[in-house]
Design a protein around this ligand. Structure first.
Ligand code: ADP
Ligand code: MG
Ligand code: MG
Ligand code: MG
Ligand code: MG
Length: 784
């Protein structure tokens, strides 16, 4: 995502006059790129992951952990190689670097990607874990002795008292107005603060996140909103300091520059401390009660939630964007051969999103409480929900801008709109009309016009000086703040031969503790995407059922307990058992079923992963067939285990004509590749075995493991609370597991330490590895 650097970001009310301008020009920018690149063909597979790391401070003397707010300095340091390479331009292209670093929302987060996207060789899959190790190593090298890098999805004590180092100063800052998170946690890039403030101002108050509380034997009936604080009239006093979030109306008044009286009549000025330019917090020396006053009216003017709101709730309440955007994920971007393939992949991956969210669950606790869910998604969804109360009441739009995909976009015949696009998709009518008039087909126009119902949130004062023929900033502004489970990324510029083609991003997965796990999930998803293309798989189910699956993924222990809608027949056409074989998979029935690659023009010829869309017109020949089912589009409720590891298609046929399962298909795909050396095959096989073990429940998800760790800790009082001590021990364990210094059989089983690669790799070593791997490969082959 491109971060704008020029201009001054506008506050919400100043941005309002420009919203339609940004939308209109965003559509024009999309149309320019669309026309220049819609027929772009034969892009080879390129792909890359993104990991969000967390920097923690472990105070081994006090046995307390904190989040370190030093990420911006660390990122600046990490980016030096990239900047130096850009300066040192040889042959018009910057010298390659092995890692790239990007700012993320919170000041404890560091986002890293491989320096160059990976290519289409099997050997590229072997680089993933090494590069992840290199990234962890590079961060660690810049840390102070008490600092550590961890890849946890959520820090359990986020928002508990002073939970950062440095402390970050007071809460209720002008950006988030949070009772818990000081604004100092927000990355200083203007995008992030502006997003925070404008989401809050657009909706008319701080965001309102309520996550279900996990109830244990001694859990209090209601969760206090203000920990260790007292409520004095309309104010909250915590640790002797006034924490008084202001009403947004004051800001509005302030914005309109009405007269603001300086006096705080009747209260001794010496005890008044400014909360913002429009208000002041005052402590009455007699009663020692603090109150917050609007300077203009002199009336106590505290936000509704403080004045009348509950001081305890039956869920875990959080009130700032940082609670969501401060969580970490594992993302994957895949380049498609052409737009059609990208659209197909978008649809297929949208269906897989809830399954992979459940399988990578890693967020059992936040704000110091155990949650009755294992995943982060709904937290972020509420953390950036900019809809007004009226919009939410009318369900227009029905979802937050952070949500699962709402409509499928492929135009292939397998996509039956009347069956699958079955939820209302509000659109921005002018955008939709313009896109249709500009020659975009109905389905893609609907997708884009649906993204464009959202207001741009970060508008710069120079926004009207952008050239739509060369820029995508207005399109990206809206696209990049529609945080969906999948994202369809058009080429970055209207240059038909530009560096990147049509891409699909897979965004639901939670980050895992070790490089091995993150590499395993990444490699699995890359292989599965190849299976989808090469075997002509069709995973369509109605969007309403994908939504239901998202809900199911939020159930605690969803991998074991959840039942997800999934397609019974995952191949585009019913296919006959084939005698011509070049690969096979071992099915749950104990037999080896064969898979033939007659339609895999690319994969057939060596170990290239381009996959080759199955557009030859010939049915894919997948080596097994299903019992005749009256409804080829039938869906079934399946466990994650069944979806991943296979299931009989019906009782009568038992395993004979089984639904093969995604892992066996990925194995079959690997088996069919030519020229993979045994070391590579073994290692990639271990990744698949590991994902399979997680899916079967034999190994715990990260969330399950953390929950057990907390519950088994002597400092845990069965009250759902994560004490500072428990949090410290958990974070220490996470550091040790990632470094290979602590064995956790329930989490990693036989994959640890056997499958952990030796620690320690330098940029130089990685670079040599990368070039060698490519030298050994056969020349790059094209998809079609
Ligand atoms: P965003 O945050 O917008 O998703 P990032 O730059 O953080 O973007 O991550 C983009 C990911 O896409 C990286 O993993 C990168 O390696 C990968 N990538 C870069 N170029 C291509 C390409 N042409 N095709 C597919 N993936 C690419
Ligand atoms: Mg991003
Ligand atoms: Mg990114
Ligand atoms: Mg990110
Ligand atoms: Mg991304």
């Amino acid at each position: 995502m491109g971060l704008l650097a020029s201009g001054r970001p506008l506050t919400w009310w100043d941005a309002i006059p420009h919203l339609n301008y940004v939308r209109q020009h965003g559509v024009e920018q999309f149309l320019n790129v669309y026309w220049a690149t819609r027929n772009r063909q034969g892009d080879v597979l390129k792909w890359g992951d993104e990991i969000e790391y967390t920097v923690v401070v472990l105070d081994d003397v006090q046995r307390v952990s904190y989040l370190s707010l030093r990420a911006p300095e660390i990122i600046a340091e990490l980016q030096r190689a990239e900047l130096a390479a850009a300066d040192d331009v040889a042959d018009g292209a910057p010298a390659p670097v092995e890692t790239l670093w990007r700012p993320e929302y919170a000041n404890w987060m560091v986002e890293g990607t491989p320096g160059e996207p990976y290519a289409c060789y099997v050997s590229d899959l072997m680089l993933v874990e090494k590069n992840m190790m290199l990234r962890r190593e590079q961060i660690q090298q810049l840390l102070r002795p008490e600092e550590h890098v961890v890849s946890v999805a959520g820090y359990p004590r986020i928002g508990c008292g002073v939970f950062t180092r440095p402390s970050g100063g007071g809460v209720c800052g002008p950006l988030a107005r949070s009772l818990y998170l000081p604004d100092a946690v927000i990355n200083p890039h203007p995008r992030f603060g502006t997003l925070t403030r404008n989401i809050r101002l657009r909706r008319g108050g701080p965001v309102d996140i309520r996550m279900p509380l996990y109830r244990d034997a001694h859990t209090p009936a209601r969760v206090p909103v203000w920990e260790g604080g007292e409520r004095h009239g309309a104010c909250v006093v915590i640790d002797g300091a006034v924490r008084a979030p202001l009403d947004d109306r004051i800001e509005r008044e302030e914005h309109h520059r009405e007269e603001v009286a300086e006096s705080t009549d009747g209260w001794p000025a010496a005890t008044a401390s400014p909360v913002s330019s429009a208000a002041v917090a005052v402590r009455d020396p007699q009663s020692d009660v603090a109150q917050c006053f609007c300077r203009r009216t002199g009336l106590a003017s505290i936000e509704q939630r403080c004045a009348d709101g509950p001081v305890a709730t039956d869920s875990v309440y959080m009130d700032a964007m940082g609670f969501g955007m401060g969580l970490s994920c594992l993302q994957l971007t895949l380049q498609a051969a052409n737009m059609d393939e990208g659209r197909w992949l978008y649809d297929q991956l949208a269906v897989l999103a809830p399954i992979m969210l459940a399988l990578t669950a890693a967020t059992p606790a936040l704000r110091g409480w155990l949650l009755d869910t294992d995943v982060r998604w709904d937290v972020i969804s509420a953390a950036v929900d900019d809809r007004t109360p009226e919009e939410i009441a009318r369900q227009l739009p029905p979802k937050s801008r952070y949500s699962s995909a709402d409509c499928f976009i492929s135009t292939r015949p397998e996509m039956k709109p009347e069956l699958y696009n079955d939820v209302p998709v509000p659109i921005d009518p002018p955008c939709y009309e313009r896109l249709l008039q500009g020659g975009v087909d109905e389905r893609l126009a609907r997708h884009i016009a649906h993204l464009f119902i959202r207001d741009p949130l970060v508008v710069f004062d120079d926004c009207e000086s952008v050239d739509d023929r060369t820029s995508m900033v207005h399109f990206e502004n809206i696209q990049s703040t529609n945080w969906n489970t999948v994202r369809f990324k058009p080429p970055p510029s209207a240059n038909p031969r530009g560096s990147a083609g049509w891409r699909t991003e897979f965004r639901p997965m939670e980050v895992q503790l070790t490089d091995f796990e993150n590499a395993a999930f990444t490699v699995f998803m890359v292989l599965l995407s190849r299976c989808i293309l090469a075997f002509g798989m069709n995973l369509y189910i109605p969007v309403s059922r994908v939504d239901a699956n998202m809900g199911e993924a939020h159930r605690r222990g969803a991998v074991r307990e959840g039942r997800f809608w999934f397609r019974k027949h995952v191949f585009a056409r019913e296919v006959e058992l084939s005698a011509s074989v070049s690969g096979g998979y071992r099915c749950a029935c104990g037999e080896t079923h064969q898979i033939c690659f007659s339609s895999m023009s690319a994969a057939r010829e060596g170990n290239c992963l381009n996959g080759g869309s199955n557009r030859s017109g010939k049915p894919p020949c997948c080596g097994f067939r299903f019992c005749a089912d009256p409804d080829p589009d039938a869906t079934d409720l399946m466990s994650v285990d069944e979806i991943m590891n296979g299931k009989p298609c019906c009782e009568k046929h038992s395993y004979r004509n089984a639904y093969p399962g995604l892992i066996p298909l990925a194995r079959a795909y690997l088996d069919a590749m030519r020229g993979i050396d045994s070391f590579t095959r073994h290692r990639l096989g271990a990744y698949l075995d590991f994902v399979s073990a997680r899916a079967s429940g034999r190994l715990q998800t990260c969330a399950e493991w953390m929950r057990h760790f907390i519950e088994a800790h002597p400092g845990y009082a069965k009250d759902s609370r994560i004490s500072a001590e428990v949090c410290y021990d958990l974070m220490s364990a996470c550091v040790d597991i990632a470094d290979g210094n602590r064995s956790e059989p329930a989490l990693l089983g036989e994959f640890w330490p056997k499958h952990m690669m030796a620690r320690g790799i330098s940029s130089q070593e990685f670079s040599e590895l990368r070039t060698q791997q490519h030298d050994r490969d056969s020349p790059m082959l094209r998809g079609e």
